[in-house]
Ligand binder design. Structure first.
Ligand code: 5RP
Length: 259
């Protein structure tokens, strides 16, 4: 889908977040994603807490999300204090028909992946622009340690060739004063791939490179994507047909709750 104007995109993000926030129940341990769509989820969660007295403990996935949640009065805890989470709701930069994702446009992919992996359910909230037939148009973020990062960058470029991605451009994400430094003190190399022929193979190749801390491919992690539309409606896409971690039919669950 071609780009939405900013106002329409914001309505779509809010619609997706509103649907996700209705999944939160009393006492849940909830992972809070990062980015503008996740910010809607945090705001609407705070609204439900204030309006209904709903209590949750939340684990943020970035310093930005932690700040927003604290401002809104959402009680925060550390992931090591809870160990496992019931539900994480996060955004994505792209998702494909298998619900594999590119994340990390906001440079929070490392904490996002740790929190997602510790969650019983990962629900992705997105506007229609994020839906793609194949991942790769959005530059793939790779988080690397600062020590020797140009060497790591070269190793990443070399690893692309056998995967049908020879000669693809890479760039170093910039911050206010030189290469951006993530919440965990690393740099981000963005891979301009166009289209990724074999997502799991690329994920494995990147993980094997010394100096790579994490990459923005989330393979088989999302249990569903909630797609919001500018008219305020939302559609739930469940992950089907690929070895499910915990496939859920949210619509059925919501019907049961309403009954
Ligand atoms: C941050 C992320 C975000 O979820 C992703 O960039 C989507 O952001 P937005 O909701 O603003 O489009 O992965 O690291």
């Amino acid at each position: 889908m071609s780009a939405l104007d900013p106002a329409a995109a914001d309505l779509a993000k809010r619609a997706a977040a509103a649907r996700a926030v209705s999944m939160v129940t009393e006492g849940m341990r909830v992972g809070l994603g990062s980015g503008s769509t996740s910010a809607w989820f945090t705001r609407l969660l705070a609204e439900r807490m204030a309006a209904e007295g709903l209590r949750v403990s939340a684990v943020p996935t970035s310093s930005g999300t932690a700040r927003l949640a604290a401002e809104l009065g959402v009680p925060l805890t550390r992931i090591e204090a809870v160990g496992r989470l019931d539900l994480t709701v996060d955004g994505a930069d792209e998702f494909d028909p298998a619900l594999n994702l590119i994340k990390g446009g906001g440079a929070a992919l490392l904490q996002e992946k740790i929190v997602a992996a510790a969650s019983a359910r990962l629900v992705i909230i997105a506007d229609p622009v994020k839906r793609v037939p194949r991942l790769g148009a959005f530059p793939l973020p790779v988080e690397v340690v600062r020590f020797g990062w140009p060497v790591t960058r070269k190793a990443i470029e070399d690893a692309l060739a056998p995967l049908g991605l020879a000669g693809r451009r890479t760039s170093v994400r910039q911050g206010a004063a030189g290469p951006l430094v993530t919440d965990e003190g690393h740099h981000i190399i963005d891979l301009h791939l166009g289209e990724i022929p074999d997502v799991p193979a690329l994920a494995a190749a990147l993980t094997a490179i010394p100096g790579v801390v994490e990459h923005g491919l989330f393979v088989g992690m999302a249990d569903c994507v909630i797609l919001g539309y500018p008219d305020g409606t939302a559609e739930v896409l469940n992950r089907l047909g690929v070895a499910p971690r915990a496939v859920i039919d949210i619509d059925a669950e919501m019907r049961d709750e309403d009954a």
